[in-house]
Design a binder for this molecule. Sequence first.
Ligand SMILES: Nc1ncnc2c1ncn2[C@@H]1O[C@H](COP(=O)(O)OP(=O)(O)OP(=O)(O)O)[C@@H](O)[C@H]1O
Ligand SMILES: [Mg+2]
Length: 559
Amino acid sequence: MKDLPGGEQKMFEAFLKSTQYLLSLQTQQDIWEHLGKFVLTHFPADWLAFIERDPDNSLAFRYCTLPETVAAQQILTNEVRTLLADVLESGFLASRVLLMPTPSMTAFLPIVENGRASRVMLIGHTDAQPLPTGLLGIYLALAGLAGTTTERKRAEEEVRRLNAELERRVDQRTMQLQRAYEELLKEITERKQAEESLRTSEERWETTLRSIGDAVIATDADGRVVFMNEVAEKLTGWPLSESQGKDLKEIFNIVNEVTRIKPENPIAKVIRTGQVLGLSNHTALISRSGREFPIEDSGAPIRDKEGEIRGVVMVFHDISEKRIAEKAVRDSERLATTGRLASSLAHEIHNPLDTIGNLLYIINQSPDMPQPLRQHVAMASEELTRVTQMTQHMLVFQREAKTPVPIKIDEVLHNVTALYKRKIESAAIQVEEQVEFEGEFIGLPGEMRQIFANLIGNAIEAIGKNGKIRLHAYAGRDWRQGRCGLRVTVADNGPGIPSQIRDNIFDPFFTTKGESGTGLGLWITSGIIENNEGILRLRTVTRAGRSGTCFSVFFPFPT
Ligand SMILES: Nc1ncnc2c1ncn2[C@@H]1O[C@H](COP(=O)(O)OP(=O)(O)OP(=O)(O)O)[C@@H](O)[C@H]1O
Ligand SMILES: [Mg+2]
C-alpha cells in the first residue's frame, strides 16, 4: 500500500479545496471525474468506480477509472454484487480484497442521497493490506461529500428545471395573453369598423329618407314608431320626438274619405300578410290638428337577414294638388265640350235667327199694324238682337279664322273706347290711356277688339258712375317662361270680384248681371288669349275704399 501523502493536515486542506471546487461543478459526470482524479492524486488508491442501482434493480457503472482493457464487468462477481447490495441496503461501508482484475483491497463506500444509499464508490488499492482507519474515514467523508453535492446538484437542477418550466409556462401564458390581446384588439377594430359603417349607412339612410318628397314612417314589429321624416311629421302633425315609441294607430289616423270608415290597421295587415300593400283609394289622413289630407300610400314589411319581419315602413304622400290638377283637367275638358257644343248650336241657330229677324222687319214695315202689336214686335226684335249677339259671341272662333295681320295696340284701345263713348260719358267715367308700346304685333284685329271690348265693357259695368278706368300697354316679360311680349292691363276701381265667384267668372254662361249679361265675355276672352299662347291674369281687391279689378293680358312676341 502507498504511504499517505504529506500527513493528515495536508489531506484536509486538499479535501476542503476539493469541496469548494466540487460545489462549483455543474454536472454529475464532472463531479465523479473530479472525485476520481482527486482520490487517485492525493490517496494511495489505484482505481475508482461509481456503481449505481438502476430503476430495474440492475447495477451499472457510472464512472470507472480502470483501464479500458479491464472490463468493468469483471469486477462484478456474484460476491461483489451481494456485497454491493448489502452496502446499498445498510448504508454501511465495507472493504474486501477483490481478485479481479488483480487482487486489490477495495473500499465499498455508500453515497447517501436524501437519506438513502443510492450509489457505491469503489476505491481499489493494488495490495491486499487492510486500509488504515484514518484513510477509510476520509474516503467516507468524500463519499458523503459526493452524496450531498449530488443531492445539491440535483436540487439545483430541479430548481433550474422548475425555473425553466416556470419560464416556459410564463412564456406560454404571455404568448396566450399576447394572442388574446391581439384578438381583442382585432375584435375592437372590427367592431369599430362595423359601428362606423353602420353609422355611415344609418346616416345615409336617414339623409335619404329625410330628403325624399314622400312621407316615411318606420315602425317596429309591434307597430311602434321608430322613425319618421319631416314630410311625415308635417302631414301627421306629430314631431318624431313625440311620436317615437307610440303606436302608429295614434299617429297615422286614416279614414275612408267617402264612407268615413276606418280601414284595417295597415301595420297589422302588412305583418299578417307579410306583403307590400297599397292602401285603398279615397284614404284620408287626419292630422293631429284635425286637418284632413287625401293621401296615396303603401306599406312594406322590414325583414332581417333571416327573413323575420322586424317592422313595417309606411310611405305616403299628400295628393291634394294632384286632385286639383285632375279637377282642372276635368273642368277644362268639360268647358271645351261645352264650348264646342255652344259653337255648333250657335251655328245651327244663326240662320233661323236671321230669317226671324227679316220676318220681324217685314212685319214691322206693315203700315196698318195696331200699336200694341207694334210694341210686341219691337220687344221681339230686342230679344232677338240679344240672342243674335250671343250666337255671334259663340261663333267668334270659327268666323275669325283669317290670316293674322300687324296690329297697333293704341288703335285697338282707341276703337274700343270709342265704341263705349256714349256709356263712358253718361256715367262720367274717367278713362286714362297710357300706351308705351309703339310697335306692331301680329294678330287678328277682330279678336283683339273682342278681348278689350269685353274687359273694358266689364269694367264700365262694374264701376257705375264716376269711376275710373286705366289702360296701360307696354313691352313686358313673362317671367315664368322667360318670354318677351306685349302686356296690356285694364284696371278699374269698381267693387272687385268676391272670392266665392272668382273661380267661376271664366266659365261660360256665368254672370252676375242677370238678364243683361250672357256670361260669355270672359270665357271667350280667355279662349282667344289661350289660342294666341298668351296669358290672362286677374288681380282684384274687394276691401271697401281700396277695391278694384285689374285684368292683365300678355301676348308673346314671335320668336
Ligand atoms: N271688372 C270687373 N269688376 C267686377 N266684376 C267683374 C269684372 N269683370 C267681370 N266681372 C264679373 O265676372 C262675371 C262674368 O263676366 P263676363 O264678362 O264673362 O260676363 P258678363 O259680363 O256677366 O256678361 P257679358 O259679358 O256676356 O255681357 C260678371 O258677371 C261679373 O260678375
Ligand atoms: Mg262681360
